[in-house]
Design a protein around this ligand. Structure first.
Ligand SMILES: [Zn+2]
Length: 286
């Protein structure tokens, strides 16, 4: 119950503050409300040991262990009737495709062998919170961060890799709090969050100590700074994954903070095309 009570408090504060990644229409995990810290309500703590990492397709079907700030919990990811993961066949990576273009969305599950190809590494943000990020993604994020610093913006990770087990925890907590309808509307089904790839980063922009926010109704204190941030993404290999007005294609409302690493050349092509990743890959739902 303590956890649930804490989530309610954090949920209320997130809804009130609507800081970056705290929007009510937040992507795929309601990550803002799954925080384990009061100061940053969007942090998912990274697993402390590699046993929690998705080394294979088994991560979708076997019990995983994740470590939170102070406690270790074990979550079975297979038996929740409210999700579809137990009945979906786990896809594999097409050998010929660029792994950095892997599509994970509400209809495309994380390939089971994804982390046979890519590796995660850790980093800490300005608050000392540790995150797991795919290695090449992190290297390019550091370059992006330096680029933004040159125009007076601090760019910080507030969420990155999220295990399927932690996504299941989020789902279970929210189903208990608000019901299945809420999860269906706002929470990504475990296995179908882009954050499972380690290629997605939720970034917080800070100017002169002020966190820039964007609210669900469009209210923001950083319109120009978000625009500057978005304009620098492609040259560092990132795309803005959930652009404005594309929620019918991506499945998610506008998220100015959620960026996705696809590689520099891919990012430049996608950015120039004006297409979403789904459209670029020819995978947009009709
Ligand atoms: Zn995100």
């Amino acid at each position: 119950m303590n956890n649930i009570r804490r989530y309610v408090c954090i949920a209320l504060s997130a809804l009130a503050l609507m800081t970056s990644c705290g929007s009510a229409s937040d992507d795929e995990g309601r990550l803002s409300v799954s925080s384990r810290t009061a100061a940053d309500n969007s942090v998912i703590e990274a697993p402390a040991d590699t046993s929690a990492l998705p080394a294979s397709a088994e991560s979708l079907t076997e019990t995983e262990t994740t470590t939170e700030t102070t406690t270790t919990t074990t979550t079975t990811t297979t038996t929740t009737a409210s999700t579809t993961t137990e009945t979906e066949p786990v896809p594999e990576l097409p050998a010929s495709d660029d792994v950095y273009l892997t599509l994970v969305n509400k209809t495309h599950m994380l390939p089971g062998d994804f982390f046979n190809v890519l590796s995660l590494t850790t980093m800490q943000n300005y608050e000392g919170n540790t995150f797991w990020v795919e290695e090449e993604t992190l290297a390019h994020f550091q370059e992006l961060k330096e680029d933004m610093a040159a125009v007076g913006l601090d760019c910080e990770i507030i969420s990155a890799y999220r295990s399927i087990a932690s996504q299941q925890e989020i789902w279970d907590e929210y189903e208990a709090l608000y019901g299945l309808w809420y999860c269906n509307a706002y929470v990504a089904v475990p296995g179908y969050s882009e954050h499972h790839t380690g290629l997605a980063i939720d970034a917080r922009l800070i100017r002169n100590g002020t966190v820039l926010y964007y609210m669900a109704d469009g209210q923001t204190n950083g319109l120009e700074d978000f625009a500057a941030f978005h304009s620098r993404l492609a040259e560092h290999g990132f795309i803005l994954r959930y652009p404005q007005g594309k929620d019918g294609i991506t499945g998610y409302s506008y998220e100015p903070w959620h960026i996705r690493y696809v590689g520099v050349e891919n990012a430049k092509k996608i950015s120039a095309s004006g297409l979403t990743l789904e459209e670029y890959l020819g995978e947009a739902e009709q």
